[in-house]
Write a protein that binds this ligand. Structure first.
Ligand code: AMP
Ligand code: GLY
Length: 426
């Protein structure tokens, strides 16, 4: 079948790369894709914006697309699944109503409260004065979050009241997140180690993928501003088998059952961002799609056929599918532009990708890359992700960083401590 992948980041490169391994996949169209995706055997990039629904519809019809894999949250939140419903293609992702789990934090918190899904206590505000009064009353530590989509940057973890008050001003008075910040939620601070659980859902059955851990802060030691994610590894030893069983029972099952009971069955990837606290798993956020960069470490470990799994999700037959993983560890290191997540330069020449990929267990997933006069240059904040796989995490990290050492662009920044938390678990 012909497949369409929407998006053009590292996550989408990993999705297209994995889908291309399926014997079911004929041509994989990527809209808009990126230069890394363009190099995949079965892939063809088309200059269509994933958020231009009319153009995407046309593409699905013109290219006889049977399956659409939606990468980013924006088209899902805007209703791409609803918009393509009558094309006959299997569109993998939640409908607009179900995507509110990510698109509105107030919706997600209210949903979790109603369905007894463990998460921090919270209050929602549309008025800055009321929000500030709440901060004065409850007191830090608190977490201030813009309600809407803000590319992972709308969250301030405030260890003191001043920081919380400033975050309220930024979101609601200065408006740095635009409309996304016109409503905010303020929630209790959760202490623990984070983990990401991505799960496949067909609306009734929800099957977790291998655990992983993201590194959201820009700098080593979890310092600096929050980013989209600077690296990841899988499996995450903080998620023991016993904990995974609790996550299934306390988070994933009630979420999918609750969405169905509320009339918007959840089909697609359900991403639970969790804090593993002393009490157990607590939901920090739900996302309505694969994680970036978690996908770049979870899909390489998946030995089952992604296209078969997606087909099962779209046809309500996920209960008949088993997911298999290699016992290898996988890690990915994001190389970002100088200045990211604030403003950054573009157009810097990138070299060394081929040298990094000379090691056959190393794969470079492109994100913010482009071609200028035939040469590869930086075009985004997160430029690429160097992924490696090996029997142990230690060996994996060595390989991944060896790959990073071979790649060059001016001002490249990356964290040097990806995966280190895993070693605390012995
Ligand atoms: P979010 O976009 O909601 O995932 O938040 C981004 C990051 O902020 C998370 O990955 C956490 O590191 C941190 N964070 C969010 N909510 C909390 C919380 N309630 N307690 C502690 N840290 C949090
Ligand atoms: N890695 C965080 C996210 O995909 O939202």
């Amino acid at each position: 079948m012909n497949i369409l992948v929407l998006g053009g980041g590292g996550r989408e490169h990993a999705m297209a790369w994995k889908a291309a391994q399926s014997p079911l996949a004929e041509t994989i169209y990527c809209a808009p894709g990126n230069p890394g995706m363009a190099q995949l055997d079965k892939a063809e990039c088309v200059a269509v914006d994933a958020e231009d629904f009319a153009a995407v519809r046309q593409l699905v019809q013109d290219k006889n697309v049977a399956m659409v894999l939606v990468g980013p949250e924006a088209p899902l939140a805007a209703g791409i699944v609803d918009a393509l419903a009558d094309t006959g293609a299997m569109v993998f992702g939640p409908c607009k109503a179900a995507a509110r789990l990510e698109a509105s934090k107030a919706f997600a918190k209210e949903f979790m409260a109603r369905h007894n899904i463990p998460t921090a206590p919270y209050a929602a505000f549309t008025d800055a004065t009321a929000a500030k009064a709440y901060v004065e009353r409850v007191g830090a530590p608190l977490v201030v979050k813009a309600d809407g989509l803000a590319a992972g940057k709308g969250v301030t973890v405030a260890m003191d009241n001043e920081t919380a008050l400033q975050a309220i001003d930024d979101a609601m008075v200065t408006g740095v997140f635009g409309d996304a910040g016109s409503q905010i939620i303020i929630e209790g601070y959760l202490d623990g180690e984070e983990a990401s659980i991505l799960a496949f859902s067909d609306g009734k059955t929800v099957v977790p993928m291998a655990s992983s851990q993201d590194h959201k802060a820009a700098l080593d030691g979890d310092k600096g501003p929050n980013t989209g994610g600077m690296g990841a590894y899988s499996p995450a030893p903080v998620v023991t088998d016993a904990l995974m069983a609790r996550i299934q029972k306390e988070v994933l099952d009630p979420c999918v059952a609750g969405m169905a009971a509320d009339g918007s069955p959840y089909i697609g990837v359900l991403y639970a961002g969790l804090m593993i606290t002393k009490k157990g798993p607590e939901v920090v956020e739900f996302n309505c799609r694969f994680g970036d960069p978690e996908t770049q470490v979870v899909l390489p470990r998946l030995t089952s056929d992604l296209v078969e799994i997606v087909r099962a999700c779209c046809t309500g037959t996920l209960d008949a599918i088993a997911l298999d993983y290699t016992s290898d560890a996988c890690a990915t290191i994001v190389m970002a532009s100088e200045g990211y997540p604030a403003s950054y330069p573009k157009g810097r020449a990138i070299t060394g990708i081929e040298a990094a990929e000379a090691d056959e267990s190393t794969q470079v997933f492109h994100a913010g890359t482009g071609l200028k006069d035939g040469a590869l240059v930086t075009t985004g904040g997160r430029v690429l992700a160097v992924t490696a796989q090996a029997a142990t995490l230690e060996e994996t990290l060595k390989k991944a960083y060896a790959g990073v050492d071979k790649i060059h662009f001016d001002g490249a920044q990356f964290r040097t401590d990806i995966g280190q938390k895993a070693f605390r678990h012995g």
